[in-house]
Write a protein that binds this ligand. Structure first.
Ligand code: SF4
Length: 79
């Protein structure tokens, strides 16, 4: 089970990650299909690919803006 506030293990290494507060709503996936993936039971999502260009980064930033649990984070380091 994911733990609240912690980076989920499934996130690929890198700047962006999802924490255990994720409720599995899937909004992030609809904004950034290429960067998010759902868990086996679809109960949460995680970063499967870090952004590879500015457009993907923008999509992730949009997903961060709409995430109802505010659980998409970045490491605070400017790209
Ligand atoms: S938008 Fe937020 S709460 Fe919803 S699935 Fe994505 S990370 Fe989880």
């Amino acid at each position: 089970m994911p733990t609240a506030g912690q980076r989920l293990e499934e996130n690929v290494p890198g700047k962006y990650y999802v924490t255990g507060e994720c409720n599995g709503c899937g909004l992030c996936f609809s904004y950034a299909l290429q960067n998010f993936m759902y868990s086996n039971d679809s109960s949460y999502y995680y970063i499967i690919e870090q952004p590879t260009d500015p457009r993907e980064e923008e999509d992730i930033r949009k997903a961060m803006g709409v995430c109802p649990m505010n659980c998409i984070k970045d490491d605070g380091v400017l790209a």
